[in-house]
Ligand binder design. Structure first.
Ligand SMILES: Cc1cc2nc3c(=O)[nH]c(=O)nc-3n(C[C@H](O)[C@H](O)[C@H](O)COP(=O)(O)OP(=O)(O)OC[C@H]3O[C@@H](n4cnc5c(N)ncnc54)[C@H](O)[C@@H]3O)c2cc1C
Length: 414
C-alpha cells in the first residue's frame, strides 16, 4: 500500500493523478479462512484490523451483503463521546474516544476527527441531578466531563434560546474532547488498512447459513458459495437476530429504524454538538454547513432503512423551542438505519453457545463512537478467548441479571 502524504499528493498532482492505487482490493473468496467476520460496517472492519495489528492474525475475510460501510456506519450522525454512567461503559467508550484521537495517523487515512465538544442539555431538575451524578461518576472513571451553567451554554452556543416556554436550559453536561468524525472515512480507513495486511473484504456476499460440526462452527453459506472458517465473528448490527438464528441461538435484541435528517447548508453558526434529551433531538453542523439533526427510534420493530415525515415533524418541532432559528431552514434529506437495541441499552461482545462463534451487537443508537474500542475488544476476545474490556458485556449477563443500565446515557438517540 502506498502511503498517503503531502509528497504523494504533490507527486500525483504533477502526473494528472494517474498513479493512485485502489484503496482496497476486491478479491474472490478463498475456500477457507482462519477468521470470517460477517458485516463490513465499522465494528466488523475494526475487529479485523485489530486482529491483524494487535494479534498477528491476517488470514481473515470480512463479508458484507451490500457495500462496506453501507449499514449504520454510513448513516449515523457521527457523535463521539464517552460520558456514560457505568464503569464498564466508561472504560470501553473512553478507550474508543482515545483511539479516535490518533486514528487518522494510525490508519494513514484522514477520518476528520473533530473534538469540538459535546454538550447534553439539562432541561428539567431531574436531568440536572442525573448529569451531576454522571459528572461525578466520570471523575472517578477518568473521563473528563463537567457540568456547566446556562451562561456557559450560551457562550458556547450563541444560537440557543435558554428560556424556552416549556423547557428552559438549566445547565449541561459538557465533554470538551468529545466530537465528531467523518463516518464513511472511518469504514474506508479501516478497510484500506485491512486490505493492506492481505485480508479479504468481500462485498455483495450475503451470509445465508452457518454450518457447524460437533458444536463447533466450520463454515458459512453465502451467495458466493460456502466459505470455511476456524472462527466466526457476527457483527451485523440490526441483522444480529437473523444471523444468530442461522447459528442456532437467540438474542435479547430488538431491531428498529432510527432516523436522521439534514438541513440546507448555511454559514457556520454552531461549532459544538448539542443533545437535548428532554425534547428528544440533537444537532451539529457539518463541514458543508448543513445542520445534522438526529431524532428518535421508531416505536415498533422493523427493518426499514428509510425516514418518515412524522419523525421530521416531531424532531424539528421539538428542537425549534430551543433553537428558534431552525424554523427558517429548509430540510434537505432524511434517512434511517436499523439499530439493534438491548434491554439495558448496553452492547453485547461475547462468546456464543456455538463454539468458535462470537458476536458483537446491541450498540443500538450509539455505536459509531465505539467502533475503535469495540473492534479492539472483539479482536482480543476472538484471539485470546477473553478481553477485560468485553468481559462485562457478555451474553451471560442477561441470564445472571448483571445488567449495565445506560438508558439515561443512551436516552437520546445519538
Ligand atoms: C440515524 C442514525 C444515527 C446514529 N447516530 C449515531 C451517533 O451520532 N453516534 C453514535 O455513536 N452512533 C450513532 N448511531 C449508531 C451507529 O451508527 C451504529 O451503532 C454503528 O454504526 C453500528 O456499526 P456496525 O458496524 O455494528 O453496523 P453496520 O454499520 O450496520 O454494519 C453491519 C453490516 O452488516 C451487513 N450485513 C447484515 N446482514 C448480513 C448478512 N446476512 N450477510 C453479510 N452481511 C450482512 C450489513 O450490510 C452492514 O453493512 C446512529 C445510527 C443511526 C441509524
Amino acid at each position: 500500500m502506498k502511503r498517503y502524504s503531502v509528497f504523494a499528493i504533490a507527486r500525483e498532482a504533477l502526473r494528472q493523478h494517474a498513479g493512485w492505487e485502489r484503496a482496497w482490493a476486491s478479491p474472490s473468496p478463498r475456500a477457507r479462512y482462519d477468521v470470517v467476520i460477517v458485516g463490513a460496517g465499522g465494528h466488523g472492519l475494526a475487529t479485523a484490523y485489530y486482529l491483524g495489528k494487535n494479534h498477528g492474525i491476517t488470514n481473515v475475510a470480512v463479508l458484507d451483503k451490500g457495500w462496506l460501510g453501507g449499514g449504520n456506519t454510513g448513516r449515523n450522525t457521527t457523535i463521539i463521546r464517552s460520558n456514560y454512567l457505568q464503569d464498564p461503559s466508561a472504560a470501553i467508550y473512553e478507550k474508543s474516544r482515545a483511539l479516535y484521537e490518533t486514528l487518522s495517523q494510525d490508519l494513514n487515512y484522514n477520518i476528520m476527527f473533530s473534538p469540538r465538544g459535546v454538550m447534553m442539555l439539562a432541561q428539567t431538575e431531574h436531568e440536572v441531578r442525573g448529569y451531576l451524578r454522571t459528572e461525578r461518576a466520570n471523575a472517578l472513571q477518568g473521563v473528563d466531563t463537567r457540568f456547566i451553567t446556562p451562561r456557559e451554554v450560551k457562550r458556547l452556543v450563541p444560537i440557543i434560546r435558554l428560556d424556552g416556554p416549556r423547557y428552559p436550559v438549566l445547565g449541561a453536561l459538557w465533554q470538551e474532547r468529545a466530537g465528531t468524525a467523518r463516518h464513511d472515512a472511518v469504514a474506508w480507513g479501516y478497510a484500506r488498512a485491512c486490505s493492506a495486511m492481505g485480508m479479504h473484504i468481500i462485498q455483495n456476499c450475503a451470509v445465508t447459513g452457518v454450518e457447524s460440526a460437533g458444536g463447533q462452527v466450520t463454515a458459512v453459506h453465502t451467495t458466493q458459495g460456502s466459505i470455511g472458517c476456524g472462527k466466526l465473528g457476527i457483527v451485523v448490527a440490526g441483522h444480529s437476530g437473523a444471523l444468530a438464528d442461522m447459528a442456532g441461538f437467540r438474542l435479547p435484541v430488538e431491531s428498529v429504524a432510527l432516523q436522521a435528517l439534514v438541513s440546507e447548508p448555511i454559514k457556520p453558526c454552531m461549532d459544538v454538538v448539542v443533545m437535548a434529551n428532554t425534547v428528544h433531538g440533537y444537532m451539529s453542523q457539518s463541514d458543508k454547513g448543513e445542520m445534522v439533526i438526529g431524532g428518535g427510534a421508531d416505536h415498533f420493530n422493523n427493518y426499514t432503512q428509510r425516514g418518515s415525515w412524522q419523525h421530521v415533524e416531531e424532531t424539528v418541532r421539538a428542537l425549534v423551542e430551543t433553537f428558534p432559528m431552525l424554523s427558517r431552514l429548509k430540510m434537505l434529506r432524511q434517512w434511517g438505519g436499523i439499530v439493534d437495541m438491548t434491554g439495558d441499552r448496553s452492547p453485547i461482545i461475547s462468546k456464543t453457545p456455538l463454539s468458535g462463534c462470537f458476536i458483537n451487537c446491541g450498540w443500538g443508537t450509539g455505536g459509531f463512537k465505539a467502533i475503535p474500542g469495540s473492534g479492539w475488544a472483539m479482536a482480543e476476545l476472538m484471539a485470546k478467548g477473553e478481553s477485560p474490556l468485553a468481559e462485562a458485556f457478555s451474553l451471560t449477563r442477561f441470564r445472571e441479571g448483571r445488567f449495565i443500565d445506560e438508558s439515561v446515557a443512551a436516552g437520546v438517540a445519538h
